[in-house]
Design a protein around this ligand. Structure first.
Ligand code: DGT
Ligand code: MG
Ligand code: MG
Ligand code: MG
Ligand code: MG
Length: 272
C-alpha cells in the first residue's frame, strides 16, 4: 500500500511494551464513587448489589482476556493479574489497560439492572486504570496482600463508623473523633461490647473481598446422554467423552497467608 506523506506522524507514538518476565497487574477503580454511591443510595458500609455487580463485570473481563489468571476486588476497585509470560497485544500496556477498563465499564452498565432492579442508573459511571509490573512472585503476593489488608482495615473502620452513626445517633464528625487513634483490637472490642457484634461473623465478602480464579473442570460432553453418564469416572471411555471446561469461580478467602499459595500452586505456575 502506498504511503501518504502524513505517515510520518506514526513515529510520534511511544512504545509501551511491558517488561518481559514480569507479572502485569491492571487495577481499575471507580471514579468519584463517593458521589456515585450517594446518588444511587448505596447501603452503608457495604452494598452487596454493587459488590456483586463489580464481580460480574470482572467476570466479563476474565472471560474475554484468557491470559488473566486471577482477579481480586473490594469496594470500587478490581485488580487483574495477567500470566507472567502473556504475549497478549504484544504486551503493549496501553492496549491491555484501555481494552480492559473499557470492557469493565460497559459490562458494569450492561448488567446494572440485573443487580439494582428498581434503582435506575442516574449517570454513566467511569473507572480509572493503572498498570503495574511486578518482577517477583513475592512482589505480586505482597501487592495482593496490600489490597486485602486495605479491604480489612477499611471494612473494620467503616463498620464501626456506621454503627456509631446509625445505631448511636452520633454525628459523622463525632464518630470520626471517637475512632481517631484506635487500634484494630479497640474497634473489635467496641463492636463486641457496645453493639454485641463479633466482627469475625460478618460476611466474608465484606471482610476479605472477592477473588476470581479459573478452574479447569472435566465436563462430560453431554451429561444427559445416557451413554456417557453411564461411564464410570476415571475409565478410558469416560476420559474420551470428557472435555476440559474452564469455569470462573468466586472465593472470599484469605490470600495474605502463605497457605493459600501452597494450596493453589497452579496460579503462579500457569503456563497457559
Ligand atoms: P476516586 O477513586 O479518587 O475517583 O474517588 P472515590 O470517591 O471513588 O474514592 P475511593 O475509590 O478511594 O473510595 C471508594 C468510595 O466508594 C468510598 O468513598 C465509598 C464508596 N463505596 C464503595 N463501595 C461502597 C459500598 O458498598 N457502599 C457504600 N455506601 N459506599 C461504597
Ligand atoms: Mg474510586
Ligand atoms: Mg482515590
Ligand atoms: Mg477505591
Ligand atoms: Mg482498530
Amino acid at each position: 500500500m502506498a504511503k501518504s506523506k502524513f505517515e510520518y506522524v506514526k513515529q510520534f507514538e511511544a512504545e509501551d511494551r511491558c517488561l518481559p518476565n514480569c507479572w502485569i497487574v491492571v487495577r481499575i477503580d471507580g471514579k468519584s464513587f463517593h458521589r456515585f454511591a450517594d446518588t444511587h443510595h448505596f447501603v452503608k458500609p457495604n452494598d452487596d448489589r454493587s459488590l456483586n455487580l463489580m464481580t460480574k463485570a470482572a467476570q466479563s473481563v476474565i472471560e474475554d482476556f484468557k491470559d488473566i489468571v486471577l482477579a481480586y476486588g473490594q469496594s470500587d476497585e478490581y485488580s487483574f493479574v495477567f500470566r507472567k509470560h502473556t504475549n497478549m497485544h504484544n504486551r503493549r500496556g496501553s492496549k491491555l489497560m484501555t481494552n480492559l477498563v473499557s470492557l469493565f465499564s460497559s459490562s458494569f452498565v450492561y448488567h446494572w439492572p440485573r443487580y439494582f432492579h428498581t434503582q435506575p442508573l442516574q449517570y454513566p459511571p467511569a473507572f480509572d486504570a493503572r498498570i503495574v509490573l511486578y518482577p517477583s512472585d513475592q512482589n505480586l503476593k505482597d501487592y495482593l496482600s496490600w489490597r486485602q489488608a486495605d479491604c480489612h482495615i477499611n471494612n473494620l473502620y467503616n463498620t464501626c463508623f456506621w454503627k456509631l452513626v446509625q445505631e448511636k445517633g452520633m454525628s459523622p464528625a463525632l464518630s470520626q473523633e471517637r475512632l481517631k487513634g484506635t487500634l484494630s483490637s479497640d474497634k473489635n472490642e467496641m463492636l463486641y461490647t457496645e453493639f454485641d457484634l463479633n466482627y469475625n461473623n460478618l460476611p466474608e465478602m465484606h471482610r476479605k473481598g472477592s477473588l476470581l480464579l479459573r478452574r479447569k473442570q472435566k465436563a462430560s460432553e453431554d451429561m444427559n446422554n445416557s451413554m456417557s453418564s453411564q461411564l464410570s469416572f476415571g475409565s478410558q471411555d469416560f476420559q474420551e467423552n470428557c472435555r476440559v471446561r474452564t469455569q470462573t469461580i468466586v472465593l472470599h478467602c484469605d490470600i495474605i497467608s502463605e497457605k493459600f499459595w501452597t494450596e493453589n500452586p497452579e496460579i503462579l505456575n500457569s503456563k497457559k
